[in-house]
Design a protein around this ligand. Structure first.
Ligand code: ADP
Ligand code: MG
Length: 612
């Protein structure tokens, strides 16, 4: 079996066949009203899946789903009744229009944080509701009736029984596509963005474009639902697209489980059925849904779909079967690069007179340094001296207030993090930033995926290409897991693992992007003596494979044993540079350290922790 099949919970053929059979036979068991309810439930299920993609998978608050739904239904209604178009041509135009509006909603995403975006989407929903009730074209409170029955090769789709089959086919195809997205590169990037947008950017995810994609995907599902609704009811009115239904939809997604598309479907179908039961008590129903949503958010934030996993974790914990029992494997060194390495190559990283000011605070003043190919450069300095800020400038998180950064002779300062990742800069973070809800393997897969975010057009036009790429990525993830001794943790959630293992996963993730420059921000912090020794071995092997390394570190033993040259920062300026031995004997350096009581924890020259 290939790697992909082994690692993914691919639904078995038998399961799909069983669902197909149930779906086929269901109408035979249902009365006229019941089939109507089921038809409505399928429309809501489509809406919920779209909303789940934006909210649960991509982490973008989307309160415009009901507006996407409405735009498409109204467009179909207007084009068929006012313009005299056939149902399907009208539906196609409606779908394209809805997708364009989805893109439009996503445009603020280029500049805005996601909670503001939530307000924008709510504004859009309210604006749309306003339009439907007031515009003459939309028929006001009366709405638009007499939408024609969709023609279908002579099959009479005015029968809700037959219409059901059309819906099932559209729904199954849409759900399959959604699941395909979630389980492949695009979905992983969106989930990485949800868990930690900064870290996702640092491994090559183009965040603004991904956010727009999330809204567009959501709107396409909303658009399909709108078309199906227009063909089913053949009448549209403002009532259907109001805020109450928006919140019902939100409840479906939260209760079902926003991080699982299947959960969204369960929530949508379940709540539609419950709502039908409570149709005589609408106020209580609303209130009840509200209470359940609050309870869910508090006690089961991953919704119904998340409960099995939570139960499994609980059982495992009770039986003492935690991931900690699996041993971290040994690190398998990289093959050394041809021609050997050493600090004598051409410059890879040139930092020229970089300054970074935070309002009044000058975190970096006029910092210059050059790192050559094959070097392990140490950067030391008291806390607050600007070391992390320097990394943030190099990796594109901060725009420098002055000066330039050159990578292989090219000016890269001012580039976005994903660009720098593509150019071969990788980093780890002082405070770990792993993607918490992704497995260890998926953490690596996000970084292994070097495709441009704009290559997502392939999802629409050439999914086979995506599938092939997935298989390649999974193979390489397996190799990488093995190299870093992480195979035993491949399926684990990183948050539950011991600190030392998380640190190693972060280095593996950085290496997954195939960098030429690796920035390590205090990688030994919190590690025990043996782990520090392993770290030294890993860093040396990475360098020997041809990657240039810059290492911020407080553990002077590690710095002394690994680095050919050390740069000392204090108060945002370089105060010394040279071999480790030169630097520790430097007067200014001793002064800087002794003058900073916060650095009491930092040993001056002490090689006891690392022996090489
Ligand atoms: P180091 O990594 O050497 O301990 P940092 O680079 O994290 O130091 O911080 C250097 C100085 O810049 C500190 O005084 C810190 O408070 C300040 N600083 C860092 N990032 C920001 C920020 N985003 N906004 C304001 N001040 C910051
Ligand atoms: Mg720091």
């Amino acid at each position: 079996m290939n790697a992909l099949l082994r690692h993914r919970r691919t639904p078995r053929f038998a399961t799909i066949a069983a669902f197909g059979l149930i779906a086929w036979l269901l109408p035979y068991q249902l009365g006229g009203y019941a089939i109507h309810v089921v038809d409505i439930a399928l429309v809501f299920a489509l809406l919920a899946v779209g909303m789940g993609l934006a909210m649960g998978i991509a982490g973008q608050i989307n309160l415009a789903q009901v507006a996407f739904f409405g735009v498409s239904a109204y467009a179909t209604a207007i084009l068929t009744t006012h313009e005299g178009l056939g149902f399907w041509p009208a539906a196609l135009i409606a779908l394209v229009a809805t997708a364009l509006i989805g893109l439009l909603v996503g445009i603020p995403a280029l500049r805005m944080q996601s909670h503001y975006l939530g307000i924008v989407t709510l504004g859009l929903a309210l604006g749309f509701i306003n339009w439907t009730t007031n515009a003459e074209m939309a028929g006001g409170a009366e709405g638009i009736s007499a939408i024609p029955v969709p023609p279908m090769f002579g099959v009479d789709l005015s029968s809700e029984y037959l219409y059901y089959y059309v819906e099932v086919v559209v729904f199954a195809a849409a759900l399959a596509f959604g699941l395909f997205v979630v389980r492949t590169g695009l979905g992983r990037r969106m989930m990485a963005m949800r868990d930690d947008p900064l870290a996702a950017g640092a491994v090559g995810a183009q965040i603004p474009l991904l956010r727009m994609t999330a809204f567009m995907l959501s709107s396409v599902f909303g658009g399909l639902a709108g078309i199906l609704y227009a063909g089913l009811i053949r009448y549209v009115a403002p009532d259907t697209f109001n805020i109450a239904n928006m919140f019902l939809l939100l409840a479906m997604v939260v209760i079902g489980g926003r991080q699982s598309l299947v959960g969204c479907v369960v929530g949508a179908v379940g709540l539609t059925l419950i709502r039908e039961r409570l149709v005589d008590y609408p106020t209580y129903a609303q209130l009840g849904f509200g209470v359940v949503v609050v309870l869910m958010v508090v006690f089961a934030p991953t919704g119904l779909a998340g409960i099995p996993a939570r139960v499994r974790t609980m059982v495992d914990r009770r039986r003492g079967r935690t991931a900690e029992r699996t041993a971290l494997g040994p690190f398998r060194p990289y093959r050394p690069a041809e021609g050997g390495t050493g600090p004598d190559g051409e410059p890879v990283l040139e930092i020229r007179e970089i300054a970074k000011h935070f309002r009044g605070l000058k975190a970096l003043k006029d910092v210059s340094l050059t790192v050559r190919r094959g070097e392990i450069r140490g950067i030391v300095g008291p806390n607050g001296s600007g070391k992390t800020t320097l990394f943030n400038v190099i990796s594109g998180f901060y725009r420098p207030s002055g000066g330039r950064v050159l990578l292989d002779g090219r000016v890269v300062s001012g580039s976005r993090p994903y660009r720098l990742s593509m150019l071969g800069v990788a980093r780890t973070f002082q405070n770990l930033r792993l993607f918490g809800e992704l497995s260890v393997r998926d953490n690596l897969l996000v970084a292994l995926d070097r495709s441009r975010t704009r290559a997502i057009w392939r999802y629409a036009l050439w999914p086979v290409g995506i599938w092939r790429q997935e298989r390649r990525l999974h193979r390489r993830a397996d190799e990488l897991l093995d190299r870093f001794g992480l195979t035993g943790f491949a399926g684990a959630a990183p948050g539950a693992l011991p600190y030392g293992i998380q640190r190693r996963i972060e280095i593996a993730r950085a290496m997954a992007s195939g960098p030429r420059l690796l920035l390590l921000d205090e990688p030994a912090a919190g590690l025990n003596g043996e782990e520090v020794r392993q770290l030294a071995e890993i860093v040396r092997s990475i360098r020997d494979s041809g990657v240039t390394v810059v290492l911020i570190e407080h553990n002077m033993g590690l710095v002394m044993s690994l680095c050919e040259r050390v740069t000392v920062l204090a108060g945002g300026s370089v105060i010394a540079e040279g071999t480790p031995a030169e630097v520790v004997a430097d007067h200014a350096v001793i002064e800087a350290y002794l003058g900073d009581s916060a650095m009491a924890g930092m040993p001056l020259p002490d090689t006891s922790e690392v022996t090489s």
